[in-house]
Design a protein around this ligand. Sequence first.
Ligand code: DER
Length: 232
Amino acid sequence: SPIDRAKFVAAKRAADMVEDGMRVGLGTGSTAAWLVRCLGEMVQNDGLRIKGVPTSSRTAELAREVGIEIQTLDEAKWLDLTIDGADEFDRDLNLIKGGGGALLQEKIVATASDRMVVIADKAKEVESLGAFPLPVEVIPFGWQTTQALLEETLVAMEVMGRKTTLRMNGDAALVTDEGNHILDLHLNRIGNVRQMALVLNQIPGVVENGLFIDICDTVVVGYGDGKVEVRD
Ligand code: DER
């Protein structure tokens, strides 16, 4: 499909940025899965030597399947490059991530990298962030109280949308790799993304949010016709 082709060509272009001996953060989601597969090919067929640090258990599993040597972030300490997907990106290369439920490890790994490259199909590009529900990771203890505090905060911040929903996995609440839950904030539009990113993490019970501000260095945009654009 054109969307799949867009994701693949973006992933392929980003894979070409990976050099021998690099420690590479491996993102989560369907676009990042194409990257992991491309790198697996390069390891198997071209003898590329890299160490991969996955951003979720499912990425770790895929990386093992395709023959990429993986290590923990603690073993790697710091990474040369992290390549990951996004749910939205704007002209400042700020992102909304977390659609795949891995935003906590993704943000930690992306921050612990010399460079973060996002791979995304054109549909992820937005004028302003917020149409995609903003994921917020919360600890299970008192999560409904945390949800109420979040909604009060949104009222105070006068954002357009104020609804928050618990992310489900089937008919149970989704549980992240760290054993937390995710609340999705339906804001329609965020406006001041820096303020939102700071305020959300001050609320007791909130672990992390899906706003990636001043973290992404490059976005590789894939198009359905196979075209690729690199935005720095
Ligand atoms: O969860 C994430 O942040 C992922 O990168 C994700 O949202 C992008 O997923 P996709 O590549 O499957 O669209």
